[in-house]
Design a protein around this ligand. Structure first.
Ligand SMILES: O=CC(=O)O
Length: 558
């Protein structure tokens, strides 16, 4: 999309590639063509990087740009509003010059992702320097085993005092680790003023070494320039400092020769965060800064020196892009998100979406369980009724049709009670032989006295077998609707005080009202009296239905 903003890649993304590739939906990624600082400055002056809104940079990108100092800041395109640095320490960037530029360049770093790995290296150097491992390891590689003479005996960490300068995330992490080795931790934090932040240069030098105990062990995993290397070499040579462990150097990749020749110094070439896990997390964090910058004008982790800067306003190109981007409805979260692979990936990975997705799936699962339970209930209810019928139960006559078993009934005549076209969609009426007056009473169980409200709302909404439900409703109405009949006094259902589930005998049945009678599902047959003596309604006006008459047991007929 041509209206997309540009993203400048300074260095490389080696691990969090998926997150990086997803950024391409937010902006057009470009890289400088130059390979050295002079060319880079020229490339900027020539306007080749114009349109760049955000830059992602690594430590190693200084090989192209050099430090991001005033000179670079002055030529960077005015469209550039954000620099996302992939590292905790940002001494390669003059954040004050970036802030002072008009418009300002907001700089972010990666603060917490580095804590564990950096504290691990610090602990490794503390142990190595205390134990004087370097001498032995070096001798071994020279084929001299522990050396001649062998390395001097080291010290246990247990019971030693560790002084931490700078109790930030790494300092606190290191404290825990050192305490696990039995060390007692004390610390010093610099004043949190802007002035103090600028002054980390050589805060440990000759004067500070002079104040320390003889035979002290010194470790540095912060930045080389925090310590005066020359003063350290001297203190090592004099024996004031017993040994040292260093991961950072004043002029990386150069190392002071006095450190290189001293076997009591553990040297690591700035590998504090050199792990797949940590580097991946760092890259992902910095990429997230770029994404947020483009989408919201804010950074996830702006450097403290710039924390008072207001968020940048979205660029016109970005605004246009926002308008034109298609949207996607996340039905779990019930929100629109932009329909891009990046947006979707990010959204789907978010804890909010994960939580909503879990709830969504759980609800589906619960619904299925409920349906299954209802189906089982329905089945057992049918079975119960079937058994009841088989045992000549008290199922009301009008409903026995559905439950009749072979031999229970005797069909005496059949009459077509509807026009042929109605027959197709309705039913065929079957009427039983009227035997005698007694039987009329028996047969005359009035259907209408059962206020048919169905079997319960939950079963009614059951999606499976609507016809089955209707049958069940009809069957169960006779037993359950008694309970549901409205209390004439309160007008409310009487579920609170259910009546016993006894079917009313025909003689107890109230006379149907004319309105009710008109809806009674009984058809009359020519020449046959209606089963309900009170029902004057012409057959043609009543709803189609079925009337069954139970055959009297022989003993009763006698
Ligand atoms: O040194 C490593 C970092 O600052 O991230």
């Amino acid at each position: 999309m041509s209206s997309q903003p540009k993203i400048l890649l300074l260095g490389s993304v080696d691990l969090a590639k998926e997150a990086w590739n997803a950024l391409s939906s937010l902006g057009e990624v470009i890289q400088p063509t130059s390979t050295n600082r002079a060319d880079f400055l020229q490339e900027c002056r020539d306007g080749k990087l114009d349109g760049v809104v955000a830059a992602y940079r690594t430590f190693h990108s200084t090989s192209v740009t050099g430090l991001i100092d005033q000179e670079v800041v002055d030529v960077l395109p005015s469209s550039l509003k954000f620099i996302a640095h992939c590292g905790a320490g940002y001494d390669q960037i003059d954040v004050h010059a970036c802030k002072a530029r008009d418009p300002p360049i907001r700089v972010s770093n990666v603060p917490t992702a580095v804590n564990d790995a950096t504290a691990d290296v610090n602990m490794f150097l503390i142990l190595g320097a205390l134990r004087n491992f370097n001498t032995g390891m070096h001798a071994l590689r020279e084929g001299k085993w522990r050396g001649q003479p062998p390395a001097t005996l080291g010290h246990d960490p247990e019971g030693k005092v560790l002084g931490i300068l700078g109790m930030g995330g790494i300092g606190r992490n290191l404290k825990k680790k050192a305490e696990a080795f039995g060390m007692k931790v004390i610390y010093h934090n610099r004043m949190a003023t802007d002035q103090a932040k600028k002054h980390t240069y050589h805060i440990i030098g000759a004067a500070e070494f002079a104040k320390m105990k003889d035979g002290v062990v010194v470790v540095n995993t912060a930045r080389g320039a925090v310590m005066d290397e020359a003063a350290l070499v001297e203190a090592l040579d004099s024996g004031k400092v017993f040994s040292a462990g260093l991961d950072v150097f004043e002029e990386e990749p150069k190392v002071h020769p006095g450190l290189l020749r001293n076997q009591n110094v553990m040297l690591v070439p700035h590998m504090g965060t050199w792990t797949i896990e940590t580097m991946t997390a760092m890259e992902a964090w910095a990429i997230e800064n770029v994404r947020l910058a483009l989408e919201t004008g804010k950074l996830k982790s702006i450097v403290p020196e710039q924390s008072d800067l207001h968020p940048a306003t979205a660029t016109p190109t970005m605004a246009e892009y926002w308008k034109s981007a298609p949207r996607f409805w996340c039905k779990q979260c019930k929100i629109f998100i932009r329909d891009t692979p990046f947006e979707k990936t990010q959204h789907e990975a978010s804890p909010k979406h994960q939580g909503n997705l879990k709830r969504f799936l759980r609800d589906i699962h619960r619904n299925n369980e409920n349906k299954e339970r209802e189906t089982q209930r329905a089945k057992s209810e049918v079975e119960r009724l079937r058994q009841a019928v088989a045992g000549e139960s008290s199922t009301p006559g009008p409903y026995r049709a559905d439950l009749a078993l072979a031999g229970n009934w005797q069909t005496v005549s059949e009459t077509k009670i509807m026009e042929p076209d109605e027959v197709a969609t309705k039913s065929i009426g079957v009427r039983k032989r009227k035997l005698n007056e007694e039987e009329v009473d028996e047969e005359g169980e009035p259907l209408e006295q059962y206020e048919h409200k169905g079997w319960g709302s939950r079963m009614r909404s059951h999606p499976v077998g609507r016809q089955d439900d209707d049958d069940l409703d009809a069957l169960l109405a006779s037993t359950t609707n008694l309970k549901k009949t409205k209390n004439p006094k309160t007008g409310m259902g009487n579920e609170e005080a259910p009546k016993p589930e006894v079917l009313p005998k025909s003689e107890e049945a109230p006379e149907p009202t004319p309105e009710a009678a008109s809806t009674i599902a009984i058809k009359t047959e020519e020449g046959v009296d209606t089963a309900l003596p009170t029902n004057e309604t012409p057959a043609s006006e009543s709803a189609p239905g079925v009337v069954f008459k139970k055959r009297k047991p022989k003993v009763m007929r006698k």
